[in-house]
Write a protein that binds this ligand. Sequence first.
Ligand code: ATR
Length: 308
Amino acid sequence: MSPLFRPAPSARTRLLAVFGAPVRHSASPAMHNAALQELALDWTYVACPVAPDHLAAAMEGARCMGFAGINLTVPHKQLAVPLMDVLDASAEAYGAVNTVVFEAEDAEGMWRPVGQLRDPSGSVRARGYNTDAEALVRSLSEDLAVELRAARILLLGAGGAARAAALRLADEGVGALWLVNRTEDKARALAAEIEARSPVTEVRVGYPEGDVEVVLNATSLGLRPEDPLPLDPAAFALGRADGVYDMVYRPAETPLLRAARTAGCRTANGLGMLLYQGAAALELWTGRPAPVPTMRRALEAELYGAAT
Ligand code: ATR
C-alpha cells in the first residue's frame, strides 16, 4: 500500500505528545501518526523529552497550548497522578497515569475531550487514565491465548509495571500469583496489597513448586543484551510454564523468550501491550475506533524494521 499524502501541519492541526525521559526511542509517534493518517485526521503526535522536575510545567504548557492529549512514559506515570484535575477509575486503581485527555466544556456545559470539540474554549482540565493494565490483559489473552480466570501465574518484578499487572490480574480472578523480585520486601508489600484486595487470588512470594500457565516478566531485564535472565532457571525450569510473556518488546526476542521457546513454551513479547494501550488512548482522544492493524504494522516497522 502506498503511503497516503499527509499535509504539513497547519494552524488547524491538533497536537498530541508523549512525555518521557528518555523518549528518543519511543515507538509511539510512529504508531499514532500512522493511525491518524489512516483516520484522515489533521492531527500530529510528537515525542518531548521532559525531565521529572519539568513534568508539571510541561503538562501546564500542553494544557494552555490546546493539546488534545498526552501519553506519559518512564519516569512520569506515577508522578503525574497528583497533577491531574480528574482521575479516571483506571488511573486511581493502579496509581499511575499513562494517558491524559484534555477536556473543555461543550455548548451544554458537558466536559468533553478537547479533540472532539470543534472550537474548544474556556477552561481546560486534565483527566488521567491508565490504559496499560487493560492492554496487558488483552494482549495476554489474544497473543498468548491465556484464560486468566483461575490461572496460575509467576510474576517477575514488583515495580510500577508489575504492581499494575498484579492488581489487574487479581481483578481478573487469577487463581494463584507467585511474586519474585530482586528486592524481596517490595514483593512482600505487593503481595499484602493483593491479599487485602482480592478474595480469590492466592498470593505467594517466591517460586512455585508446580506448573504455571504463565510466566510474566515485568522487570526491565532483557532490554540490554548483557542482562541476566529475570528468573533463576535452577529455581524454576521454563518447561513448567505453558506460556511466557515478556513486557519488554525490544529486542523482539529477549533471552527469556528465546529460552522459553527452546523449552517449548508459547511466547509473546510486550508489543501487544504497547499496541493496545495506544489504541485505547487514541480512542479516548479522538472518539474514533483505532485502526489496530495499521498501528501494529507501524510499530513492527519502527521497532524491528519489518516491511509495512
Ligand atoms: P517500571 O515502572 O517499568 O516497573 P520500576 O518501578 O523501576 O519500573 O521497576 C523495575 C523492576 O525491574 C523492579 O522489579 C526491579 O527490581 P527491584 O524492585 O529490586 O529494583 C527490576 N529490576 C531492574 N533492574 C534489575 C536488575 N538488574 N536485576 C533484577 N531486577 C531488576
